[in-house]
Design a protein around this ligand. Structure first.
Ligand code: G3H
Ligand code: ZN
Length: 292
């Protein structure tokens, strides 16, 4: 499986592929089931902590089994890797894509470290004769994947600058670039997460087709902004919080309705359905249905 071909098809077909986080087997199963029903390519992802909980080799083995069983292109992505050690762990476990998040570093140090990740990935690709997508990130992305009570205050200087984005891509050689254009991790009060589409248009104009543009913080953004962002060139959208909320609410409902239930797969039935429903809605919104 050559993962870049799926993002290239998304770029030319003007749709986006969802990258959905998981940390349990049934959430992964629900994501895959949604993709299978809608005949959609899919990216499944673990953050460093999610991968630690699940086990990276175990995640790769299970995703391999789902790929084999469903014949779907399922890309396994390390989300927000913060060190070479964690990128190496993912690649050695068999992940097809890695995201290096150097946004806590200053600009030059982010470039230096991202370039080191790219060099490592390119070497390994040759040894494994297998493509690996490497994603870098530029800008200050606020929040975390949870439901926030406090107001979202995004500053102009948080946003990705088109000039720096060009310089960053040229000097690091990343395949994909995660940008900040008003997006944030988690869900905030309605109307707070609006995208600066003008900024996105400028970034796209500057970078052209050189790089795959990625939108993190896909939960809580109004549908019309997501649609316009895809028209303007976003090809990968990360979603986590909305799946977490669906899972938790499903679980609470099941436990409330049947407090005596002790069979795990019965306890998890509503969570499974709720996660699958959200993923199906996102796939349709992103336009990746029937793209296989
Ligand atoms: O890296 C993961 C995503 O950016 C998730 O963002 O929790 O707002 O959906 P989200
Ligand atoms: Zn993210």
């Amino acid at each position: 499986m050559n993962p870049k071909t799926f993002l290239k098809s998304a770029q030319s077909g003007k749709y986006a592929i969802g990258a959905f986080n998981f940390s349990t087997a049934e959430v992964l199963k629900a994501i895959v089931a949604a993709a299978k029903e809608l005949n959609s390519p899919i990216i499944v992802a673990t953050s460093e902590n999610e991968g630690e909980f699940f086990g990276m080799p175990e995640a790769a083995a299970l995703v391999g089994a789902w790929r084999h069983g469903t014949k779907l292109p399922i890309i396994l992505n390390l989300d927000h890797g913060k060190s070479l050690e964690s990128i190496k762990k993912a690649v050695e476990a068999g992940y097809n894509a890695v995201h290096f998040d150097g946004t806590s570093l200053d600009y030059e140090e982010n470039i230096l470290q991202t370039k080191a990740m790219v060099d490592y990935v390119r070497r390994i690709e040759k040894d494994y004769s297998q493509e690996i997508i490497i994603e870098g990130e530029l800008g200050y992305l606020r929040g975390s994947s949870s439901v926030h009570q406090e107001a979202l205050k995004i500053k102009q200087e948080d946003l990705t600058s088109p000039g720096q984005a060009k310089d960053f891509v040229e000097r690091t050689g990343v395949d994909s670039l995660a940008i900040v254009i008003g997006n944030a991790h988690g869900v905030f009060a309605k109307g707070e997460e609006r995208l600066d589409l003008g900024r996105l248009a400028e970034i796209k104009e500057t970078l052209g087709e050189k790089v795959f543009l990625v939108l993190h913080g896909g939960s809580g953004i109004p549908e019309e902004d997501i649609k316009k962002a895809i028209e303007l060139g976003i090809v990968k959208i990360n979603v986590n919080t909305e799946l977490r909320v669906a899972y938790k609410e499903g679980l609470e409902e099941e436990l409330k309705e049947k407090p005596q239930e002790t069979t795990p797969y019965k306890i998890l039935a509503l969570s499974f359905d709720a996660v699958k429903k959200v993923v199906k809605e996102k796939i349709k919104l992103f336009g990746s249905d029937n793209k296989i």
